[in-house]
Design a protein around this ligand. Structure first.
Ligand SMILES: *Cc1c(COP(=O)(O)O)cnc(C)c1O
Length: 384
């Protein structure tokens, strides 16, 4: 069996044609594909505004800045996430902290959040922004989380990097019903791709405008924002300190073409995940628990092994030696050396650490075929 990765993009002739057509057009960047792609994402998320970026990391950074995060502020996120969800707070010179997870879902635990908020309120150390992470493509319990944050006016960013095409309470993730901004990643291992790229959605026009301004150096050509009359038709003003976080038109063209296939990708991922679930019914392992009211986009298929019967490290090595590209999502962020330097230590977030001890990500992507999937399942069976 040739190498089976844990995730992989699916590119077809329509995608290739879309990119080539843009490549030979007048605009490689800052052309018509970007607003078209933004409109497409806004529409499929049922959000008023979508803003495209060079990556989800860039989108998360500007989401924080747009919400006013700066020195002296606290930002909280989940320890079980890609480092970017936490790093963006540090980019803004804010202080980062984490809220422990529910081990069975891998998602931020609303009970832990409630406790931590209560303590923080007493010490006057409430966060300005909470970044929730829809691990593996399943939405966090947003209604509960929103209700907990609202009395303190804490803003919410959804790191929905894993969750384009997912639904919560029957509505698309990204509609920001329970958040201020939602962010998606289009890195090739994610659900759909623009090679590199990300989008932020919001219902709030001020936040959308701010992110769009900061994405391109803080430069505006909108006369209503000028501090003095225009000098002439060439005139623009830099009114804030921004970045070059723009997506290119080549990427946006690919994104539009990929989004045509999004529903199919997510359905196929759900089918394959259900097939794993059924085959694993009697194995000493637990797929991530799925909550009711959720339609996961299944970016990842994570299992939690029973250490006594199926030691995780041994299983991991066994699958890798069989050319199966298993992976681990994630090493808790607070255990990274950089974060340990900031004062975090082992024992700070016990559920995240317990999760980390037993998690493995198995291959899941739309083109994974039954034969490959059975090979993965049989390799696990072998070890038992
Ligand atoms: C992939 C990912 C990111 C970063 O996305 P990029 O587009 O690569 O910047 C952020 N958060 C999570 C949870 C991710 O999985």
């Amino acid at each position: 069996m040739s190498f089976i990765p844990y995730g992989k993009q699916q590119i077809d002739q329509q995608d290739i044609d879309a990119v080539v057509q843009t490549l030979t057009s007048d605009f490689l960047t800052q052309g018509p594909q970007i607003p078209a792609f933004e409109q497409r994402i806004a529409q499929l998320c049922q959000a008023k505004h979508a803003c495209a970026f060079s990556s989800a990391t860039a989108a998360l950074h500007l989401a924080c800045l747009a919400l006013g995060v700066g020195k002296g502020d606290f930002v909280w996120t989940s320890p079980v996430t890609f480092v970017a969800s936490a790093n963006v707070a540090l980019y803004c010179q804010a202080d980062i902290d984490f809220v422990d997870i529910n081990r069975e879902t891998g998602l931020m635990c609303p009970v832990k959040l409630a406790e931590k908020l209560e303590q923080a309120a007493k010490r006057n150390r409430l966060p300005k922004v909470l970044i929730v992470v829809h691990l593996a493509g399943q939405s966090c319990e947003m209604a509960k989380i929103h209700a907990l944050c609202q009395p303190y006016d804490i803003k919410i960013i959804e790191d929905a990097s894993h969750a384009i095409g997912a639904k919560y309470q029957g509505q698309p993730v990204g509609n920001c019903r329970f958040s201020d901004i939602a962010v998606f990643s289009f890195h090739p291992v994610k659900i759909m791709t623009t090679a590199e790229g990300g989008v932020a959605t919001t219902q709030n026009p001020q936040l959308a405008d701010k992110m769009a301004l900061l994405r391109s150096h803080g430069i505006t050509r909108d006369e209503s924002l000028f501090t003095e009359p225009s000098h002439g038709p060439w005139y623009y003003q830099q009114i804030d300190l921004g970045f070059n976080y723009r997506m290119t038109d080549l990427q946006a063209a690919l994104g539009i073409s990929q989004s045509d296939k999004l529903n199919g990708f997510v359905e196929k991922r759900n089918e394959l995940a259900n097939r794993y679930d059924q085959k694993f019914a009697n194995f000493p392992l637990q797929p991530l628990k799925q909550l009711k009211d959720n339609w996961s986009s299944y970016h990842l298929y994570v299992i939690l092994t029973d250490e006594a019967q199926l030691p995780r490290k041994q299983l991991f090595e066994h699958l890798r030696s069989n050319n199966i590209g298993v992976n681990l999502h994630y090493i808790p962020v607070h255990l990274q050396p950089y974060y340990q330097q900031l004062g975090f230590k082992f024992g700070d977030f016990p559920q995240a650490e317990a999760y980390y001890k037993s998690a493995i990500t198995l291959p899941l992507f739309p083109q994974l075929n039954d034969q490959q999937q059975d090979f993965v399942i049989n390799c696990i069976q072998d070890l038992l």
